[in-house]
Ligand binder design. Sequence first.
Ligand SMILES: O=C(O)c1ccccc1NCC(=O)[C@H](O)[C@H](O)COP(=O)(O)O
Length: 252
Amino acid sequence: MADVKICGISDADMVKVAAEAGADWVGFVLVPQSPRNVLGSTASRFELVIDLLLAAATNNVRSVVLVSDPEPAILRGVGGTVMPDVFQLHGKESPEFVANFRASLPSSVEVWKAVGVSSREDLEEAARLYRSADRLLIDAKPPEGADRTGGHGAAFDWSILQDWAPATPWLLAGGLTPHNVAGAIKATGAPAVDVSSGVERQRGIKDADLVRAFIAAAKSQDYEGSHEQAKHMGTMARREGPLRRIWRALRR
Ligand SMILES: O=C(O)c1ccccc1NCC(=O)[C@H](O)[C@H](O)COP(=O)(O)O
């Protein structure tokens, strides 16, 4: 069963929704250009980040702080408050930066490196360069001229992943939705998946039913349907509770 990360959450209620639906990680974006940014611009810039990290801890779901070519002050600021379970580096961080950052943290905190790919060569290069990362997040390349590196709802050609077996654990990201995630897991063998746009009702605003539907589909791996069916599935997943969901999945 694939692990699931719901990325770009910006309020504590949605942390709870994702945790109750069975998410393995919740991600918080600290990138000012992002519509999901949770980093404030004033002296209390970490206030919301701290609230979200505490909400994740309270709801027993692992937290991922996402940064992109971060200023040292941001890393020091987060690390000096409530330590997340994971730092996800989603910019042009060099292999040396990743290795040094990894070495500076306790082993209980993971460092993930996100890479945009469009070819087999990109995948192989990422696996070779970023051996020190605890996980690779394999995403689509950002569109030409984009002001941020992720969260665009764009997929890449999954066929490049065929028989790819890197030494480093990895997650599949980019353009995943409740409708395509089960197929994506089947097609690629991804051990974990990540989503942001595909569970939003409008850019930057998460939809609780789509979050539930995505997690249910990723965990059962056999769901395909329309947007409305997906939302309905999310509602049913919420009503049924985890045992009933498992029972239904086993009966299929
Ligand atoms: O989500 C953002 O706005 C974002 C901004 C800057 C750097 C990375 C960002 N997101 C990274 C993620 O982990 C997304 O979940 C990943 O790119 C997949 O996004 P999507 O295709 O929208 O599901």
